[in-house]
Design a protein around this ligand. Structure first.
Ligand SMILES: Nc1ncnc2c1ncn2[C@@H]1O[C@H](COP(=O)(O)OP(=O)(O)OP(=O)(O)O)[C@@H](O)[C@H]1O
Ligand SMILES: [Mg+2]
Length: 259
């Protein structure tokens, strides 16, 4: 099967993300809140990992640390061989723009821009010219089934359409790592299922590594691997067995192709 032109030029580190003894503490008006209490883990390139845990267990904090949005108070966060905690702000911004796609609820599409402009924006910020950004954005909107809505303002899209748009936006810079924080929150089962299938298809289609935080065990079971957080610590880390039975499904989905 022909692979997407967006694939295949990522450096071939087998390990994509390696965290060693990561601790993070928030200051809540002088009270220390220990959000991460010594997290060590290794994630391979092209893995689809779900992080499951109750509210307050540290899922979002973990994704923020992985995405160079927060600097942990101690420990190391190696992304493709570099320790994000040691980079200066300029280098961290470049990593966020070029190497990571974010699908976060609080980082929604800009309501006054149309869908196409929203998806183009990270490409423009990363220095692509307008024609190139537009072409890539249109291709991605097709692949998430939203080409017909490219000119619609984001404020006029449904929740599921926005989340699919956010995934297209997260992919526009061919980011090798996608971090998705509760991407199915506030969606009904059908729309949520579509988002999960879309994320699920990325590792095989593009070699993308996906880390998904959720409090839903059903959503988490779609991943290859399930890391459960409890009170800022890893309580368990196990394969789900989803990888084998999804490969066949992905082939079928991709054969059908975008609308
Ligand atoms: N900005 C902040 N200031 C103070 N404490 C914070 C801050 N952000 C998170 N926390 C605390 O850190 C802990 C971990 O929070 P985090 O947001 O990572 O949890 P979560 O697993 O993502 O929860 P949820 O499922 O509700 O999104 C919680 O105790 C939370 O109250
Ligand atoms: Mg959270």
């Amino acid at each position: 099967m022909a692979r997407s032109p967006l694939t295949a030029h990522h450096p071939a580190h087998a390990l994509h993300l390696v965290l060693h003894d990561v601790r993070h503490v928030y200051d809540d008006d002088g009270v220390a809140v220990e959000a991460l209490r010594g997290i060590s883990l290794e994630i391979g390139r092209g893995e689809f990992v779900a992080v499951l845990g109750q509210s307050g267990s540290g899922k979002s904090t973990l994704l923020h640390v992985m995405g160079a949005m927060d600097r942990p108070v101690s420990g190391s966060v190696m992304l493709a061989g570099r320790d994000l905690t040691q980079l200066d702000e300029e280098a961290r911004t470049a990593v966020r723009r070029r190497e990571i796609g974010f699908v976060f609820q609080f980082f929604n599409l800009l309501p006054t821009l149309d869908l196409l402009e929203n998806v183009m924006l990270p490409a423009l910020l990363a220095g692509a010219n307008t024609g190139e950004a537009r072409a890539r954005a249109l291709e991605l909107l097709k692949s998430v089934g939203l080409a017909a809505l490219a000119g619609r303002r984001a404020s006029g899209l449904s929740g599921g359409e926005r989340q699919r748009g956010a995934i297209a936006r997260a992919l526009v810079n061919e980011a090798p790592l996608i971090l998705a924080d509760e991407p199915t929150g506030n969606l009904d089962r059908h729309a949520g299922g579509e988002i999960v299938r879309l994320l699920r298809s990325l590792p095989a289609a593009r070699g993308t590594t996906v880390v998904l935080a959720t409090h839903s065990p059903q959503v988490a079971e779609a991943a290859d691997r399930l890391i459960t957080l409890e009170d800022g610590r890893i309580a368990s880390d196990r394969p789900t067995g989803a990888r084998e039975d999804t490969t066949a499904r992905e082939e079928t989905t991709r054969d059908r192709g975008p609308a």
